[in-house]
Design a protein around this ligand. Structure first.
Ligand code: ADP
Ligand code: MG
Length: 422
């Protein structure tokens, strides 16, 4: 995968109409529709501001949530959910769409930019087309939720063509959506010169750099809930890293594979062989693979459960592993101390419960204290680092959950592959 892609700095956008794919998939209050966290909107500001300052006319677009683009799909989905068919009217469908309108985003964006954001009533319909045609340099138009078009998630070339026809350049800055080959994230690049915005540029530079040409030693810290969701990451990083540190719920499948007892800990029996394979691969490749030596366990999965310290290889039958213990913390802190690069994905324990957050906190602190390039990928890991107050001390926190995982898996990301090479 080539991470060296052209950016907005490599094209002349002056006086041009620019189609800008953003990630405005913001969390909203279910009852009121109010945006509960505008981080993603704020993250898009540097690229938007740059384009406007350069005299571009910006046609921004994004998806929001998972609307049903057709009445039929609405009925099917709601029926599957067990809803009463009598309530599944056209009106109910339209109401469900209205709840996922980007209008509140336009309002917030306008407040943040301190200028008008023109809102289109559709994506490529008559309103969007008229407003895009009339758009002047220095103005910004926001199209409606791209997933209101059924062709979006199917990457329909007809939809991509219509979107492209409104603009002269395509800029992608929606890192959170680059792992999806949709019309607005990848398809449209077939019809316009396509470059990245500043958000994607930084992701490619820092994370791409760490994978392609890392400052060594490269230490990867992998945790989180399940081995099964991280197999691709472990496998890919075993080819690249010097040391791999395991923590979190996936620990116990490894421990079981080694012949330890794991009690009622999270265990994925189907993946025991895979863990053995990965440990063999580590040996073959000369990669140091570190597993927890001590564990904080509990009688039940609960915030009030009393933490008990045990050896990881010998967890009692009626106890489950919830966090790494102090010996492991010392071991892991030592392993990142002299690293050149640290890539971290997945919390070390059930950090949502304060009694089991110490392992994750200690690792976050170790990353904050090292001189290494530190990269955090994964939705929960990013949330944990922010919650524990270390966000400012990391080199880079990836803005994409699923996208950063696929990045670490070494997979080709359609929304990146479609951009022009440098
Ligand atoms: P990310 O989103 O960063 O990729 P994951 O989604 O893989 O991370 O995992 C995050 C979740 O893993 C957290 O909700 C955390 O509570 C859970 N977790 C960590 N350690 C354990 C454990 N020992 N047992 C059960 N769940 C755990
Ligand atoms: Mg997660």
């Amino acid at each position: 995968m080539n991470y060296n892609k052209k950016t907005v700095l490599d094209v002349d956008v002056h006086g041009k109409k620019v189609l800008l794919r953003c990630d405005f998939n913001v969390p909203q209050d279910k009852a009121t529709g109010a945006i509960t966290d505008d981080k993603r909107i704020r993250a898009a500001l540097p690229t938007i501001q740059y384009l406007l300052d350069q005299g571009a006319a910006v046609i921004a677009c994004s998806h929001l949530g998972k609307p049903n683009a057709t009445f039929d799909s609405f009925v099917k989905k709601q029926t599957e959910k067990g809803k009463d068919p009598a309530t599944l009217t056209e009106e109910a469908w339209k109401k469900s769409l209205a709840q996922l309108s980007l209008a509140p985003v336009a309002k917030r964006l306008s407040e943040l930019l301190g200028r008008e954001v023109i809102m289109a009533a559709d994506v490529v319909g008559p309103d969007a087309q008229a407003k895009a045609a009339a758009l002047q340099p220095g103005q910004i138009l926001l199209l409606e939720n791209t997933r209101f078009e059924k062709g979006e998630t199917k990457n329909d070339p007809e939809l991509a063509k219509k979107m492209a026809a409104m603009a002269e350049i395509y800029v992608s800055d929606a890192f959170g959506a680059v792992h999806r080959a949709h019309a607005s994230t990848a398809g449209v690049a077939a019809y316009l010169p396509a470059v990245s915005g500043f958000l994607i540029q930084k992701e490619l530079e820092v994370m791409g750099g760490a994978l392609a040409n890392p400052k060594r030693p490269l230490v990867a810290i992998l945790g989180g809930a399940k081995v099964s969701s991280k197999i691709g990451v472990i496998n890919n990083l075993l080819d690249i890293a010097d040391t791999i540190i395991i923590g979190g719920g996936m620990t116990y499948t490894f421990i079981k594979a080694l012949g330890g007892t794991v009690g009622t800990s999270l265990l994925e029996a189907d993946w025991l062989d895979y863990c053995r394979e990965m440990m063999d691969k580590a040996k073959e490749k000369g990669v140091k693979l570190l597993l927890p030596v001590d564990t904080l366990c509990a009688a039940e999965f609960s915030a009030d459960a009393k933490p008990e310290l045990v050896e990881t290889m010998a967890i009692p039958d009626d106890r489950m592993g919830m966090d790494i213990g102090p010996k492991t913390i010392a071991l892991y802190t030592d392993a990142v101390k002299d690293a050149g690069t640290v890539i971290w994905n997945g919390p070390m324990g059930v950090f949502e419960f304060p009694a089991f957050a110490e392992g994750t906190r200690a690792v976050a602190k170790a990353l904050a204290d090292t001189n290494a390039i530190t990269i955090v990928g994964g939705g929960d890991s990013a949330a944990a680092v922010a919650q524990l107050g270390f966000a400012d001390q990391m080199t880079h926190i990836s803005t994409g959950g699923g996208a950063s995982l696929e990045f670490l898996e070494g997979k080709e990301l359609p929304g990146v592959a479609c951009l022009l090479d440098k």
